[in-house]
Design a protein around this ligand. Structure first.
Ligand code: KIV
Length: 266
């Protein structure tokens, strides 16, 4: 199987096949996601919360993002690797945007980048794609804007915001984005955007009508339990399993059960 490209994204949309995406932030988890046949891995700035233990995504730096992207790229054979542009790595101007997007490809081994925003970032999208770096856009609930939005809230329930989001979706497509993440938006609005856009839509908390879906891996695996958004489905409870294993090790060491003959040298 060869590496997934943006052409596979377009093909899947044209053929009505769902695109699968997950986040990953390091070698072992990226290997699992890739081996499962997921189409694309986002090295999301959500790592600030689920890996670094921070309150929100704002503090994570471009160097930290590129460092994690490098670990993921090393593990991946087939999935497209997408680096997530952190807060203030692209909003501050075209030159910053191009230079920092380039770092994900040059140093991180990614094949594309993602950035948050609609009409306000179309100059950045134009500039980055001009240098042949594929851009995935992201509208709706954009976590880098939590202070403006007043928290992690569904976006587009009222007519005015819904109209702006529809315009944003068209604007990023026009600017050259190859795909767009729609986060925490009402299903009917998402249905309309998905049917009007030529580029694939990837949903998270956006209902069933997107061309693809993404979840934060640590949510799906039950590794992050500080809070669970309504749209998350937990497929396993890995934290509980890990806790059980670590407790069993502790007990065996304390009781002198481990290491046994089997794990010792003669
Ligand atoms: O950072 C992230 O993980 C994301 C996804 C939730 C889309 O932006």
């Amino acid at each position: 199987m060869s590496k997934i490209t943006i052409n596979d994204f377009f093909k899947k949309k044209a053929e009505n096949q769902k695109i699968t995406m997950l986040t990953a932030y390091d070698y072992p988890f990226a290997q699992i996601v890739d081996e499962a046949g997921i189409d694309a891995i986002l090295v999301g700035d959500s790592l600030a919360m689920v890996v670094q233990g921070l309150e929100n995504t704002l503090p994570v730096t471009i160097d930290e993002m590129v460092y994690h992207t490098r670990m993921v790229s090393r593990a991946v054979k087939n999935a497209m690797v997408i680096g997530d542009m952190p807060f203030l790595s692209y909003q501050t101007g075209i030159d910053d945007a191009v230079k920092n997007a380039g770092l994900f490809l040059k140093e991180g081994g990614a094949q594309a980048i993602k950035l948050e925003g609609g009409a306000t970032v179309i100059e950045q999208i134009r500039a980055i794609t001009k240098y042949d770096i594929p851009v995935m856009a992201h509208i709706g609930l954009t976590p880098q804007s939590i202070y403006r939005m007043g928290g992690y809230k569904v976006q587009g329930r009222d007519e005015e915001v819904a109209k702006r989001l529809l315009e944003d979706a068209h604007a990023v497509e026009e600017a050259g984005a190859f795909s767009i993440v729609l986060e925490a938006m009402p299903s009917e609005l998402v249905k309309r955007i998905t049917s009007e856009l030529k580029i694939p839509t990837i949903g998270i908390g956006a209902g069933p009508y997107c061309d693809g879906q993404i979840l934060v891996l640590h949510d799906l695996l039950g590794l992050f339990d500080r809070f669970t958004p309504k749209f998350v489905k937990r497929y396993t409870k890995l934290k509980e399993e890990a806790l059980k294993a670590v407790k069993a090790y502790k007990e065996e060491v304390e009781k002198g059960i481990f290491p046994s003959e089997e794990h010792s040298f003669r």
